[in-house]
Design a protein around this ligand. Structure first.
Ligand code: SF4
Length: 694
């Protein structure tokens, strides 16, 4: 077999990068992974893949992997390798010591959207049942928490409404604040195929993303809005639809709360929300906006896809609800080809949220203050649960700098690099007495850690991920864990050291517990997923094989809810010192803070973050492509090389945040979404000046 180059064995598993959830056949020779082949039967990818899933797995064997637990007395001391038993016993005794000294709520934990459902479920269970509080959060806090709030409020559940197949029946595709070509490439290809077949395209984005004009695809309307004005643009679209008599009143009367609709319709109809009146704010030509509104309302099946350009704003939740309003007023919910579809950045954002890793919700989006739900979990877990919602990530950091929050367990998340206002994150971590980092590498957050627990890659574990279309897929162990343990086992051992009697022997048992306690997962098991290939929740007696399209007969909450979303400008203002607006995003070959992709071959394509600036702004500053620039804001400053391009509008600059050398988040602000505290990464007032380099 080896002589003709065929693998010794192959295992089908799921990509650990973005929310598309491609499946691959991982091919092994001996103990070496040699190839990731896109799996033709993959329900989300049908044999396709992007560069990250196909090639960016070398980090699993990278020399910087930490394989032994380490401890140190203080962050200025060197690390000392210890046994797993010593590290976990020390971690548990530190948590207990701190709780005795400062109170039960002085500790907490963060889990990651890169971990499996079973791992995130166990972390929130550890915090609730072992730490006896609800100070648990997930990195979805900094990306799609407004989706959770907005879609639950309007539709009744926190999830995208469609499967990916649905796009093949769309007539008009509206992409708002998302760049699928770079961030969700395999789904972008399906979207482009539909566009080449004749579907119309509306793009709402401050930047001329690839979809606006790419071979054989050109947007019918690009609305290049001023960063921070999403709500104004969406309200203007609604204004045109309602005032020109284009609302689908039959749908609204049947499926939505009519009284709430009338209040909302009166609000959006006000002349102050017309495209002409708002043009000075949004910078979108009024006639372009009117034509886009008419197209979306009258063009047939209208589907909305959105990303972090919607959620990462001080009005992130309002924008999600404005999108839901737009879908309902045009009757674009509850069948193939339509819907509201958040494109999840990380592989398991949907799953991490489903699993109750928010400080106010138990698994299945049920509020912790609900006595009946809490009792269900208390009876199953044999502990009493705290009914008070806990702290979100930014609140934990604020409480740490105030002296009230003293210890944190961080699983699979580099908050120092990924969260806004790096100085504030560092101050919060430095103020804690015990920081436990559970990760693959000594990341930036680990600079402030006292205990380091080595993590395992997706290739070394069993479990499930849930992609952006609610599709639960198996992650199958391809190789033995290099550190000896899967991540769920580490959390279990920490729980045992805390005194909890946990005895899971396989993650399938954790999924059985999730299914037992969560009605939308009632019909989910590893065996069932294996048999069907995947299951889209809700899956229970009513829909045993899952639910590709939600809200078909009625909304989860009953009647769809129109919510008045008044545009409120962000407090982040430009001025003479900081005259430009910075917005951020991702590129195809890198992934988030780059912990994995920077440690693979393909990172050679993009070895640094680049600042994009319009030619007129560059000329005013005497700058040209390749020059070093200093990017400064009210929060901090960094150094970047310049690309002069008209992809961005005058007054707007853009960069990515993949490299720690840049640390783009040193400049981002403390402003956040009013409902969820999701940071406003997408709007920062900045000044750009020439620099001699870092
Ligand atoms: Fe992985 Fe997303 Fe690329 Fe698919 S599109 S291979 S899930 S990164």
């Amino acid at each position: 077999v080896k002589e003709i180059g065929l693998p010794d064995k192959a295992v089908v598993t799921t990509c650990a990068y973005c929310g598309v959830g491609c499946t691959f056949r991982a091919e092994m020779r001996g103990e070496q992974l040699v190839r990731m082949v896109p799996w033709k039967d993959g329900k989300a990818n049908r044999g396709h893949s992007c560069v990250k899933g196909r090639f960016a797995w070398g980090y699993a064997n990278h020399q910087e992997r930490i394989l032994n637990p380490m401890v140190r007395e203080s962050i200025d001391q060197p690390w000392r390798e210890v046994s797993w038993e010593e590290a976990l016993t020390h971690a548990a005794s530190e948590i207990k010591r701190i709780q005795q000294k400062y109170g039960t709520r002085s500790v907490g934990g963060i889990t990651s959207s890169r971990c499996t459902n079973e791992e995130t479920f166990l972390v929130q269970k550890l915090i609730r049942a072992g730490f006896h509080n609800n100070n648990v959060d997930t990195c979805a806090r900094v990306c799609h928490s407004p989706t959770g709030y907005g879609l639950k409020t309007t539709f009744g559940t926190s999830a995208g409404t469609q499967d990916f197949d649905s796009v093949e029946e769309s007539d008009v595709i509206l992409v708002c604040g998302a760049n699928p070509t770079d961030a969700h490439p395999v789904f972008a290809s399906r979207m482009k195929k539909r566009l080449r077949e004749g579907a119309k395209l509306i793009v709402i984005d401050p930047r001329r993303i690839d979809l606006v004009r790419t071979p054989h695809v050109e947007a019918d309307h690009h609305l290049p809005l001023q960063p921070g004005t999403n709500v104004a643009v969406l309200t203007s679209l609604a204004h045109v639809i309602v005032t020109e008599g284009l609302a689908d009143e039959d749908f609204i009367r049947e499926r939505c709360d009519w009284d709430e609709y009338q209040d909302w319709a009166a609000f959006v109809s006000d002349e102050t929300h017309s495209p002409e009146r708002l043009e000075a704010v949004t910078k979108v030509p009024a006639e372009t906006l009117r034509e886009a509104a008419r197209l979306f309302a009258t063009g047939g099946n209208g589907a909305i896809y959105y990303g972090l350009g919607v959620t990462e704003h001080s009005q992130g939740s309002s924008t999600v609800m404005a999108i839901a309003n737009l879908a309902m007023v045009t009757g674009n919910i509850g069948r193939k080809g339509v819907g509201v579809n958040p494109l999840r950045g990380q592989n398991n954002v949907q799953g991490a949220c489903d699993m109750g890793s928010f400080p106010h919700e138990l698994p299945g989006y049920r509020h912790i203050s609900d006595d009946e739900t809490r009792k269900l979990f208390e009876d199953d877990w044999g502990v009493e649960l705290d009914p008070e919602p806990g702290l979100r990530i930014p609140n934990m950091l604020d409480a740490a700098t105030d002296g009230a929050f003293k210890a944190i367990y961080v699983q699979g998340e580099d908050i120092l690099q990924s969260d806004p206002n790096t100085k504030h994150v560092a101050a919060g971590l430095e103020a804690m007495e015990c920081v436990i980092v559970h990760d693959l590498f000594l990341n930036e957050t680990a600079n402030y850690a006292h205990i380091f627990l080595p993590g395992s890659t997706f290739l070394e574990k069993n479990g499930t991920f849930t992609n952006a279309e609610r599709r639960i897929q198996l992650v199958r162990r391809v190789m033995e864990p290099m550190n000896g343990y899967e991540d769920w086992e580490v959390t279990q051992e920490l729980a045992r050291a805390m005194g909890l009697d946990w005895n899971y022997t396989h993650p399938s048992q954790i999924m059985d517990e999730i299914a037992r306690l969560t009605p939308t997962f009632a019909g989910v098991s590893f065996d069932k997923i294996d048999e069907l290939g995947s299951i889209q929740w809700p899956a229970n007696d009513a829909t045993p094989e899952g639910t590709p399209v939600m809200h078909e007969a009625g909304f989860v909450r009953g009647k769809g809810k129109f919510v008045v979303t008044d545009y409120v400008p962000t407090d982040e203002k430009t001025g003479p010192r900081f005259p430009l607006l910075l917005t951020t995003g991702r590129i195809l070959s890198q992934y988030n803070v780059g912990a994995q992709t920077r440690r693979t071959e393909n990172s050679r394509w993009h070895e640094e973050d680049i600042l994009e600036m319009h030619p007129s702004d560059a000329e005013n500053r005497g700058l040209k492509t390749g020059d070093w620039t200093k990017l400064a804001s009210r929060s901090g400053e960094t150094t970047l090389r310049l690309l002069v391009t008209d992809r961005v509008a005058p007054g707007v600059v853009y960069t990515t945040f993949h490299h720690p050398a840049t640390q783009a988040n040193v400049v981002t602000t403390d402003y956040s979404d009013w409902a969820t505290n999701c940071p406003e990464y997408k709007v920062t007032a900045v000044q750009i000046t020439p620099s001699n380099g870092p």
